[in-house]
Design a protein around this ligand. Structure first.
Ligand code: SME
Length: 162
């Protein structure tokens, strides 16, 4: 990862995660920091798998426009596809991707990064941008490093629930 802004944000998220005793607080800290510091990150949020229904993602803390997609089946959307495939999905132009579920008409590109804990996916980070092709390898590396921090936090705080 080259981008110094990414390195600084990652260091702050890491530091916060060490002191936090509450996953929701860590989520709020992360979405707030990313939305504030990264101008192309126009919508930043978490979707976590419903503990009572492993086939449904539930909207968590976010920054950006309100979305009607508060529950997404894993069979739908780019968000669902990231869980189904167990991999980061990067879409340069959402208008060309039939899986895309629209949140804002301004969105042009999207990246979704799974969060793994205890060997399974527990949720994901979803970022939308108003710019086409806003996300590249550095964004992927940054967000996957963030996802590792979140996954480790969940593994080491089993009582937090997600
Ligand atoms: N675009 C996502 C839905 C979530 S909203 O963007 C916040 C998708 O296609 O799954």
């Amino acid at each position: 990862m080259q981008h110094s802004e990414f390195e600084e944000i990652l260091a702050q998220v890491e530091t916060f995660s060490v002191a936090a005793d509450n996953f929701a607080a860590l989520q709020e800290f992360a979405v707030s920091l990313m939305a504030e510091r990264l101008p192309s990150y126009n919508w930043v949020g978490f979707y976590m798998l419903d503990p009572d229904d492993a086939n449904t993602l539930v909207l968590g803390p976010f920054r950006g426009a309100a979305t009607e997609h508060v529950r997404i089946p894993v069979s739908e959307g780019i968000c669902g596809a990231a869980v189904a495939q167990g991999a980061t999905i990067l879409v340069d132009d959402v208008s060309c991707d039939p899986r895309y579920l629209a949140c804002s008409i301004e969105t042009r590109s999207e990246i979704v990064v799974p969060i793994w804990a205890g060997g399974k996916i527990v949720g994901e980070i979803d970022i939308d941008s108003h710019e086409q092709r806003a996300f590249g390898p550095e964004d992927r590396a940054f967000l996957e490093a963030c996802a590792k921090i979140f996954g480790r936090f969940i593994e080491t705080h089993p009582a937090v629930g997600v």
